[in-house]
Design a protein around this ligand. Sequence first.
Ligand code: FES
Length: 149
Amino acid sequence: MAMDYSEKVMEHFAHPHNVGVIEDADGVGEVGNAKCGDIMKMYLKIRDGVIEDVKFQTFGCASAIATSSMATDLIKGKPVEDALKLTNQAVVEALDGLPAVKVHCSVLAEQAIKAALADYYKRQGIENEELNACLACGAEHDHGAEDEA
Ligand code: FES
């Protein structure tokens, strides 16, 4: 069955932004979804609390690639605090929507960024409890609904 993807999703899938590796990254995060088997890895370069550069490697479906691309665009050049607040719902909106069965791909993108940020904090000797709790609850939930409540 053909999926109804927005033009933006197709665009980011065909020409993803920020693909690659940052060798001297300040934070690296890798997450996977056990059900679909997709894996995302994010690299962050952070200077003075600002995300100077971000790159990703995603082994996954078209939506996983498109959401990684959009998520990295949304946090590049932004303060760490803004990246912490990025929700999968914001990524979905920026892509003009995703088919319901593909929303979990955007959750993976949010979690990959959070995992990279958690690693960044850890390297500074800081345990960010809120972030760790969010990561511990897994990549299965969609933040959109609860944020709007
Ligand atoms: Fe699982 Fe896309 S199908 S991340």
